[in-house]
Design a protein around this ligand. Sequence first.
Ligand code: RP5
Length: 167
Amino acid sequence: MKADTAPLIGVIMGSRSDWPTMRHAADILQTLDIPFEARVVSAHRTPERMVAYAKSAREHGLRAIIAGAGGAAHLPGMVASLTTLPVLGVPVESAALRGVDSLHSIVQMPGGVPVATFAIGKSGAINAALFAAAMLALTDPALAARLESWRAAQTASVPDAPEDPHE
Ligand code: RP5
């Protein structure tokens, strides 16, 4: 994003190893021209960075936080415990348990501290960004139009046959 554009969405992740998944969220935000920032913020390895980030997120101008983590994926829930901004959790696919551990860690929040939880991996990252866009579009008609165009282009890109008859 342009350096002079204040971010509206924070894309955070527990490790640089999560970036191949979380970059799909960043790509969607970029495509829809939504200002965002991407940061590594680990619940376990950098807990004080996590607390500072979550506590300052609203005054920093963020409207929502997309948080991805894998394995013992406490980041989205811990961030949600520290802010009332919407937190969108993305379970990153782990090597040992293929992300089912991440999904269960993120989705099973106690009543009172919500995390909107998406699918494991790339689809979850894409949909978290689209969901954040839909939230922002409620009060931004220009963004709503861009989101409509993105969906129309997706629809137009789907072929109606499984193979090209000319191949
Ligand atoms: C989690 O541990 C991260 O979100 C990541 O998905 C997982 C593994 O991290 P690395 O060991 O690859 O840094 O905190």
